[in-house]
Ligand binder design. Structure first.
Ligand code: AKG
Ligand code: FE2
Length: 287
């Protein structure tokens, strides 16, 4: 007999520009087909899903993630977060403890693995320990960012290709740059241009496929012209009306669509502990 204390499965919009909260679902257990389909539909509509009160092992987290796609595996010559020669861990510790990644600093708005030939379709981040303050993560709706551009800008950028340079290959001593202005600096990495305006592979929505701070270059534009365009677009996308701010609770899993959103993380006190586990899912070539 089903327990009366079991809460009902529910998907509720955050009411903000993106995001839906999922309650009454235990991600450590097999999930019913109709529920998976509702989750996929909700992800398409709301771009991120916030699952509350979860408790799972790495294996259970992976099994849950695989309902939505295959594991993201980077090409051997394209390093990503946590890459080690030849292998990238399957479940990545996002944590400020020894052996973890991303430290305690602020992380600028980005999409995971943007600079690779087939960027990740989505990532799941599961919170095991959270700081008492700071360390919130924000997700930004890149379809809304696109739709709110003026018509002239939409036309101007319609067919442009953008190179996003791999931040894990940049010279750590070189000054940080948000645009590649000097073409004489030799490239240290293979580059993969993607459409600046991409079409979401499931919803068909138009996406402004640009992050906030990684070094980029618009193919075919003079450096100065490209840099000005990108600065204007980045200024436009970085608006609170496009984002949802998430204050983490232990047991939250956030599953976000890397094809439709950017994410940003606030810094937090290095004396506090923040321990999370991340799984990234494979994606397809952007079009
Ligand atoms: O720590 C966070 O909230 C996000 C870190 C991040 O960018 C990621 O896990 O992809
Ligand atoms: Fe990330």
């Amino acid at each position: 007999m089903p327990s009366l204390t079991l809460t009902e499965f529910k998907i509720t919009s955050t009411g903000g520009p993106l995001g839906a909260v999922v309650t009454g679902l235990d991600a450590s257990q097999p999930v019913a087909p109709e529920v998976i389909l509702q989750l996929k539909q909700a992800l398409r509509d709301r771009h991120i899903l916030i699952f509350k009160e979860q408790k799972l092992t790495d294996e259970q987290l992976l099994n849950f993630a695989f309902y939505f796609g295959d594991l993201y595996v980077p090409p051997d010559d394209v390093p990503v977060l946590a890459s080690q020669p030849g292998v990238t861990p399957v479940v990545i510790p996002i944590s400020n403890l020894d052996g973890g990644y991303t430290g305690t600093g602020e992380l600028a708005f980005h999409s995971d693995h943007h600079w690779t030939p087939k960027p990740s379709s989505g990532s799941l981040l599961y919170a095991l320990e959270v700081p008492s303050q700071g360390g919130d993560t924000y997700w930004l709706n890149l379809n809304l960012a696109y739709e709110t551009l003026d018509e002239a800008t939409k036309q101007r950028i319609a067919d442009l290709q953008l190179i996003t340079y791999n931040p894990f290959l940049r010279d750590k001593n070189a000054p940080r740059s948000k645009y590649r202005l000097d073409r004489n600096i030799p490239l240290t990495s293979p580059v993969f241009p993607h459409p600046l305006v991409r079409t979401h592979p499931e919803s068909g929505k138009k996406i402004l496929y640009l992050d906030y701070a990684t070094e980029v270059e618009v193919v075919g534009l003079e450096p100065q012209e490209g840099a000005e365009l990108i600065e204007q677009l980045r200024e436009h996308l970085n608006q609170p009306r496009f984002y949802y701010q998430h204050k983490w609770s232990v047991g939250d899993i956030v599953y976000w669509d890397n094809q439709a959103t950017l994410h940003y993380r606030q810094a937090f006190d290095p004396n506090e502990r923040r321990v999370m586990r991340r799984v990234s899912l494979a994606g397809s070539r952007p079009f």
